[in-house]
Design a protein around this ligand. Structure first.
Ligand SMILES: [Zn+2]
Length: 261
C-alpha cells in the first residue's frame, strides 16, 4: 500500500513535471542541474540496472557499441598521431558524486588527422573501465573532448600502481572537497593535463559510448597502450572516496579495434 502510494505520487510528480516543463523551464532546469537522476555502481542503481532507471538511459541496455570493452585482437595500422595542444589552466575540481572531475578552461585541443577536438573535462574511474588483453588497471583517466560538430572523443589513460607517484594527481587529490557537488576553484594553482600523458602516445582506437548514463553512442575512443605509474597511496586516496566507479565490460560485438604502429 505504502509502495503503491509512493509510486502514485512519483508518477503524479512526473506528470506535473511534464506540465511544468512548458511553463517554468528555467526554474526546473536549475532544479534538475542540482539533483541529477540517481544512478550509481552498487545495488539497484548499479550498471546492470541503469537502462531501467530512466527511459533516457535505454541505450545502456540496448546499445550495440557500448563502452568500456576488453581491448583485444586489435589490427595494427598506420594511424595518425594524437597531437596535443594542451595549456595550463587554473584548477577547477569537483567531487560530483560519481567521480572526481576537473573542468578544463577553453583553449586546449587535440588533433587527430583532420579533426580538432576541444578538451572539456577529465575524470577518473577506479579500477580501470577498459581492459587490455583481459588486464584491468588500478585507475583510468578519461579526457573528454568535443569537435565543432559536437562529436565526442575520449582519450583514456591507464594507471598502474608502482613506485612513482604522479605529481599532478597529488595536486588534484589535495584539492578535492569532501563535500559532493562543490566545485573548488583554485586560481593560484595551475594544472596542465599534459602532465598525465604517458611517455609514448601509441594508442588503440574503437567506436564506443559514454560509460555513464545516458550511455550515448558515437564516441571515438583513444586508449593509450602505455600505462602511467601512480603510487599505492594515490590509488588508496581515490578508493577512499570511490571504492569502485567502473562500469562492467560491454560486449565488443565484432567491433573493429585498431592499434597504432
Ligand atoms: Zn569516464
Amino acid at each position: 500500500m505504502l509502495l503503491w502510494r509512493v509510486m502514485n505520487i512519483q508518477s503524479m510528480w512526473k506528470r506535473l513535471g511534464l506540465v511544468l516543463c512548458f511553463v517554468t523551464l528555467p526554474v526546473l532546469s536549475r532544479t534538475q542541474a542540482s539533483s541529477p537522476e540517481h544512478w550509481g555502481y552498487d545495488g539497484k542503481d548499479d550498471p546492470k540496472h541503469w537502462s531501467k532507471l530512466n527511459p533516457e538511459y535505454a541505450l545502456c541496455g540496448t546499445g550495440h557499441t557500448q563502452s568500456p570493452i576488453n581491448i583485444t585482437n586489435a589490427n595494427k595500422e598506420d594511424l595518425p598521431p594524437l597531437q596535443f595542444n594542451y595549456n595550463a589552466v587554473p584548477l577547477s575540481i569537483v567531487n560530483n558524486g560519481h567521480t572526481v572531475m576537473v573542468n578544463y578552461a577553453p583553449g586546449s585541443t587535440m588533433t587527430v588527422g583532420d579533426t580538432t577536438y576541444a578538451l572539456k573535462q577529465f575524470h577518473f574511474h577506479h579500477p580501470s573501465e577498459n581492459h587490455i588483453n583481459g588486464k584491468k588497471y588500478d585507475l583510468e583517466a578519461h579526457l573528454v573532448h568535443a569537435d565543432a560538430d559536437g562529436h565526442t572523443a575520449v582519450v583514456a589513460i591507464l594507471f598502474k600502481r608502482g613506485d612513482t607517484p604522479s605529481p599532478l594527481l597529488d595536486t588534484l587529490w589535495t584539492n578535492i572537497s569532501p563535500e559532493k557537488e562543490k566545485v573548488v576553484e583554485v586560481s593560484s594553482v595551475f594544472i596542465d593535463v599534459k602532465d598525465l600523458l604517458p611517455s609514448s602516445t601509441g594508442y588503440y582506437t574503437y567506436a564506443g559510448s559514454l560509460t555513464t548514463p545516458p550511455c550515448t553512442e558515437g564516441v571515438t575512443w583513444y586508449v593509450f597502450k602505455t600505462p602511467v605509474s601512480i603510487s599505492k597511496a594515490q590509488v588508496e586516496a581515490f578508493a577512499k572516496l570511490y571504492k569502485h566507479d567502473n562500469r562492467f565490460i560491454e560486449p565488443t560485438n565484432h567491433r573493429d579495434i585498431r592499434e597504432s604502429k
